[in-house]
Design a protein around this ligand. Structure first.
Ligand code: SF4
Ligand code: SF4
Length: 301
């Protein structure tokens, strides 16, 4: 089963992705049904990236701690070399099949990941240069083993998304997709992220129980000024905690301030910034003076 695609993964020659992007009104011919000759072929050879909401739904289904879930069912991979990390479903030991596949089909069907819901449609989240919002386009994935394309049913991509319950999944993963697109479009101008920020990204996006403990910690409330009732709401509901995580990362990684800092911390930071600026100005003045001295020396020579 092929993954949900992100912006950079445009179709390549030989790829099963049909090289035509469309909006949701495009009709496709497809149906997957029990009894079809290729039953389970897609789940026998998986490459499925998980969104934070996919992880939340599955770990909730199993009543597992996020750390335990990540260890047992997933493997990390680099979304970009040396940069932020994504998480994929880990296949069965020494095989390629999904751990959730059974003869009867998907054993986690009600909570199956976004990529499984979308299949055989690929989602392409794009942000064009100079635009601040991303747009969604779709492409069709036609893999030889999948006979669903021969079934006599046509459906628009929008209706297919609704049928597969994808809208909620997309809505709740939007903040995460925006973070990835921001990181990809910022390129080297923002520089290589520090190990600390990569760890924070992993924790807030995927290891939700650890992030919950972090937000509930004394250290967090010493730094951030979140009203008590808002904090209660964030901690009471894991979906809210996840969404707060995206907000937190936008602030920590990209400086989008939406979580107020405690007054004294904010003052201290401003003071540090002022000192940094003064230091930079004084360094620049010193450099200029040296350059001028060199010019005079050259003339004297
Ligand atoms: S989660 Fe379910 S639908 Fe997705 S690959 Fe595994 S068995 Fe197949
Ligand atoms: S029709 Fe396609 S999606 Fe359905 S079981 Fe067959 S290979 Fe999988």
């Amino acid at each position: 089963m092929t993954d949900t695609y992100m912006a950079a993964d445009l179709p390549f020659p030989g790829s099963p992705v049909v090289p035509e992007m469309s909006d949701g009104s495009k009709k496709i011919q497809f149906q997957c049904r029990k009894g079809i000759a290729c039953w389970n072929a897609c789940c026998s050879n998986i490459d499925i990236s998980l969104t934070p909401y996919d992880i939340l739904r599955l770990k909730r289904r199993f009543g597992m701690d996020s750390g335990e879930f990540l260890k047992k069912y997933t493997a990390p991979y680099e979304l970009e070399p040396g940069s932020i990390v994504g998480v994929k479903l880990r296949p069965v030991e020494s095989g390629t099949a999904c751990q959730f596949m059974t003869d009867g089909g998907c054993s986690v069907y009600g909570d199956r990941p976004t990529a499984c819901r979308y299949y055989p449609v690929a989602l392409l989240s794009l942000r064009r240069q100079g635009e601040t919002t991303d747009t969604q386009s779709y492409a069709l994935v036609k893999e030889e083993h999948c006979l669903g394309h021969n079934e006599p049913r046509t459906i628009t991509i929008n209706d297919y998304r609704q049928e597969q319950g994808v809208e909620e999944y997309d809505e709740l993963a939007r903040g995460w997709r925006q973070l990835i697109l921001k990181k990809k479009s910022s390129g080297p101008s923002i520089g290589k992220p520090t190990r600390r920020s990569l760890e924070l990204f992993f924790m807030a996006c995927y290891d939700l129980d650890r992030f919950t403990s972090f937000v509930a910690s004394e250290g967090f409330s010493e730094l951030y000024d979140v009203p008590a009732d808002e904090m209660q709401q964030i901690l009471r509901n894991d979906t809210e905690t996840m969404l707060f995580g995206f907000r937190f990362l936008k602030q920590v990684l990209f400086g989008e301030q939406t979580i107020p800092l405690k007054k004294e911390v904010a003052e201290e930071r401003q003071q540090r910034l002022r000192e940094k600026r003064l230091q930079a100005e004084s360094d620049a003045a010193g450099k200029l003076a040296v350059e001028q001295d060199d010019t005079y020396d050259d003339r004297a020579d």
